[in-house]
Design a protein around this ligand. Sequence first.
Ligand SMILES: Nc1ncnc2c1ncn2[C@@H]1O[C@H](COP(=O)(O)OP(=O)(O)OP(=O)(O)O)[C@@H](O)[C@H]1O
Ligand SMILES: [Mg+2]
Length: 392
Amino acid sequence: MADTSNAPSPRDLEQAFSLFNEASAQLANAYNDLEQQVARLSAELAVANGELRRQYEEKEALSQRLAHLLAALPGGVVVLDAQGRVAQCNPAAREMLDLDPTGRPWNEVAASRLQASRGAQEWALCGQEGGGALRWVTLSMSPLDSAGGRALLLTEITEARRLGEQLEQHRRLSSMGEMAAGLAHQLRTPLATALLYAGNLARPALADGDRVRFAERAQARLRDLERMIQDMLTFVRGAPAAQEEIDVAQLLQAVTHTIEPQMHAAGVAFRTRIAVGPSRLHGNRKALQGALINLLENALQACAGGTGAVELEVRAGGGRLRIRVQDNGPGMDAATLDRLFEPFFTTRQEGTGLGLAIVRSVAQAHGGEVEVESAPGRGALFTLAVPLADER
Ligand SMILES: Nc1ncnc2c1ncn2[C@@H]1O[C@H](COP(=O)(O)OP(=O)(O)OP(=O)(O)O)[C@@H](O)[C@H]1O
Ligand SMILES: [Mg+2]
């Protein structure tokens, strides 16, 4: 009779056992493999962690070194974020500004602690007056990161500035000494004429009309003397330190109003080409006005009569105001060009030779310079360039 039950035969069982054994051996192998992989990955992870820790420690040490460096720097360092707020600053910056600016907008801090001078190139520190003389700094800004952060460096220049002023004073005094003989000569002529007229005034039989005439002439010569002495003092002292906001258009208007009637009277064609929008300078209005009038008077004197023409051209660019005074006069040879700015150098009989020396010292006192281009028969072009006042 055939076996119809579903019970496995011993053979089936044997087969099943052997399959089971095979499968469990495979599982054991796979488990071993997995264990090995886990061990390998753990080792790799440990190495990667070690590397990360090393990098972190290096960065930490670097940032500590940077912090020490910032703290030790004599210059003030202020770090601004993209919004212009102070994110960080070093002790030197806190000491210079006399406050901790961290978290405040830099514009606000600058407005309350810094005062611009010399066309905003140099800044006086506010709130330090109690401790003696004013302290001065320069500012330089550089980009720090792609997010718009910036670093500001405040460098103290008080001592350099004091030495520079002293040097300039010495330079002026020594050229003063050298030129004292020239000065005596300059003063002697109008003084002698004034004495002559004054002597005439003392004559008892003088008609009233003559008396008035002599008195007027004596006065005119004395006024010349006064102007010469005034010019000399301006030169020796350098441009007075008054710091004002000067509106460029107003300055130019005052200058042209003074010079236009003189040009007209001398028959010189005077043209102005003013190509500047509203702009301002920092400095001494009277000194700058005087310097420009000196240049224009020289141009006028050089080309007076006949077909004389003078042009005043004013432009702004690169943070500077450029004032050009051009004439179509006889121009200058190399020897004159060489000595032009020396105090008391003059080729005009009634000149003092202080005009251009004053122009140069005024230009320098405003952080600018004066240049000349000329050749015999080709007229002359003087360019006075001074920094414009810019926004902080
Ligand atoms: N535009 C010019 N063309 C030709 N020569 C000039 C011109 N400007 C100046 N000079 C020369 O430079 C000299 C010095 O000029 P500066 O203005 O210093 O003195 P000055 O005009 O002679 O005297 P002051 O200005 O004191 O009355 C002049 O005497 C002249 O020889
Ligand atoms: Mg002159």
